[in-house]
Ligand binder design. Structure first.
Ligand code: FMN
Length: 315
């Protein structure tokens, strides 16, 4: 299937941040069967990230929290890792980028020309700190400026990764601004939050950064709704990549029915391989009587739209 300008073997990709920022992490995404790899978010300068604990799982409650703080080797360091990766693998490779302003995004996009097959613009991390991530991605005008700068400086497809931490109207305004500025795709969603958990013995936040973003199964219904809203509004103009709580083949089909062309997996990549999830999705697809993945994309949208009409949310 064709996604973001390349042929993907199946619709299950490795999400940004799911594995390490360095070559071994990128390689393990491939050996575990990801059809495409999205790098850890790259910033111009290297970042150490937030103090630990930075990733906590609450499996019984169906979610994980993280506040990694975008640790990465910076643009120069990451270019070396990407080149080493590309010498060994011909797997679709996309770089996630984050900066504080359109100029910073533009420099990153220019620096990654020819190094990757496409870019994912991270304007949605809920714990990156002041002036970054979701703070930018809730302002439609600023998102438009960032996307215009990136599209003008890069030579391949650009996806914009959106935050779910907004009301429906703002979500659609931000997404429309990204599309009007030339985005080829939307990735939905980044983690939900910021979230807080407290250690009862120390009366302190559990996460080193204090707050973090929620991922895993509990995020799935939010992510599905965002994907479906984007698909209804903008699905004819851009590709949509679904991410949030995917851990089984059925989850993949649910995202495709909501209008996603492909999915990404982060949290579940700890204990499930991408190829295993893809195989499950193929089996579930056949069991439901569909011929191929293309057939199922957007299958739930007509009825979703009808129900929203009854709520008075669409005209
Ligand atoms: C440990 C961890 C690190 C992450 N790092 C990034 C990142 O660097 N950039 C980004 O855009 N998203 C990052 N994410 C968000 C994921 O890409 C994804 O949007 C989110 O976790 C929801 O998917 P999931 O439920 O499959 O984990 C990270 C998620 C986790 C769990």
């Amino acid at each position: 299937m064709r996604v973001l300008g390349r042929e993907w073997r199946h619709p299950v990709a490795c999400a940004s941040g799911a594995l390490a920022a360095h070559l071994p992490g990128l390689e393990s995404a491939v050996t575990r069967g990801a059809s495409a790899v999205f790098t850890k978010t790259i910033t111009e300068e290297p970042r150490d990230g937030h103090p630990g604990p930075a990733f906590l799982t609450f499996d019984d409650e169906g979610y994980a929290l993280n506040a990694m703080g975008l640790p990465n080797p910076g643009l120069e360091g990451m270019r070396r890792e990407l080149r080493a990766f590309r010498e060994r693998y011909d797997v679709p490779l996309y770089a996630s980028i984050a900066a504080e302003d359109p100029e910073g995004f533009e420099r990153l996009a220019r620096g990654l020309r020819g190094e990757v097959d496409g870019l994912e613009v991270n304007v949605s991390c809920p714990h990156a700190g002041r002036g970054m991530g979701a703070e930018l991605g809730t302002d439609p005008e600023l998102v438009g400026e960032i996307v215009e700068a990136v599209v003008g400086a890069f030579d391949g497809p650009v996806s914009v990764k959106l935050t779910p931490n907004v009301d429906r109207r703002t979500l659609l305004e931000v997404a429309a601004a990204a599309v009007d500025a030339g985005a080829d795709a939307l990735t939905a969603v980044n983690t939900l939050g910021p979230c807080l958990r407290i250690d009862l013995r120390t009366a302190s936040p559990l996460l080193g950064a204090g707050v973090g973003g929620l991922s895993g199964p509990a995020l799935k219904p939010v992510a599905l709704r965002v994907v479906a809203d984007l698909a209804l509004e903008l699905g004819d103009e851009v590709e949509i990549l679904g991410v949030g709580g995917v851990r089984s083949g059925e989850d993949v089909l649910e995202f495709l029915m909501a209008g996603a062309r492909a999915v990404q997996v982060a949290t579940a990549a700890r204990d499930r391989s991408f190829s295993e999830i893809a195989r499950e999705a193929e089996r579930a697809l056949r069991d439901l009587g569909y011929g191929d993945f293309e057939e199922v994309i957007g299958a739930a949208l007509p009825e979703y739209e009808e129900r929203l009409r009854r709520l008075g949310w669409v005209g």
